[in-house]
Design a binder for this molecule. Sequence first.
Ligand SMILES: NC(=O)c1ccc[n+]([C@@H]2O[C@H](COP(=O)([O-])OP(=O)(O)OC[C@H]3O[C@@H](n4cnc5c(N)ncnc54)[C@H](OP(=O)(O)O)[C@@H]3O)[C@@H](O)[C@H]2O)c1
Length: 270
Amino acid sequence: MTQSDFRIAFVGGGNMGGSILSGLLDSGAPADEFMLIEPDESKRQAFSAHGVACVGEADARLFSAEMVLFAVKPQVMGQVVAGLREHLCVEHLIVSVVAGVSSSSIARMVGFESAVVRAMPNVPALYRAGAAGLFANAKVSAAQRRLAEQMLAVVCDTEWFEDEALIDTVTAISGSGPAYFFYMMEVMQSEAEALGMGADAARHLVAATAYGAGLMVKRSDTDFSELRRMVTSPKGTTEAAITTFESEGVREALSKGIQSSWQRSQELGA
Ligand SMILES: NC(=O)c1ccc[n+]([C@@H]2O[C@H](COP(=O)([O-])OP(=O)(O)OC[C@H]3O[C@@H](n4cnc5c(N)ncnc54)[C@H](OP(=O)(O)O)[C@@H]3O)[C@@H](O)[C@H]2O)c1
């Protein structure tokens, strides 16, 4: 690698771009492999301090990057790509975590048939505990797939999909998913309080329960339904709750909610 050769150029060093870059640096990747293009000076300074080459606007050094990762807001994506298009070339792997912008739209913005990986991570990626669905267009080589996956793996568990339409499903499941669990936790906390528990104790117990349940599913291959049965003794307290959920239509309501999220993702993408 020559001095100006970068492995990854980050376009946008906010929540998502910044988390991935921090994750790579923390995992021991050399800072001189990265370039950050970011208009916000304070974000540039934070990464310059670690030895990352930070610039406010793209320059010719972008040509030497293997991968260009776009982590900007969807509404500015077109304008951002237009601003640095002259520094993009067909050898670049373009990776985008930008919600709702398809790989063909990205190739159109870039202006030539580029290798594009689209990734949909979720909010826990900020704590390196995210889940991301990935899609590669036909121009992406096996080596480029590995590079994209290695990069995202520092903040997310990853899953590849061969059909880009499934990115809308990823959005409805893991993208919006953390909020479904938070919703359940809101209900649990408010019921604990209604039944006499203090707010702090309720929050503490709900958070520890959610964390413990997450750990159980991560550390075992047992089906979710089987795990549920394991904590549901016949005629016991958990069974009383689950029977009520089922008779009140909670399962159907959750299914419909997930379908609404999927539909909304398609509408926003269009
Ligand atoms: N956050 C998540 O959990 C999450 C999950 C899934 C997908 N995503 C996707 O990730 C993308 C980024 O989200 P985010 O939460 O990281 O947003 P963010 O924190 O606002 O980060 C975007 C960054 O891009 C910078 N930027 C603006 N114009 C630029 C330009 N011309 N060149 C380079 N950088 C520029 C912004 O700088 P300024 O602040 O100065 O404008 C900001 O630092 C979005 O498209 C979102 O859909 C995010």
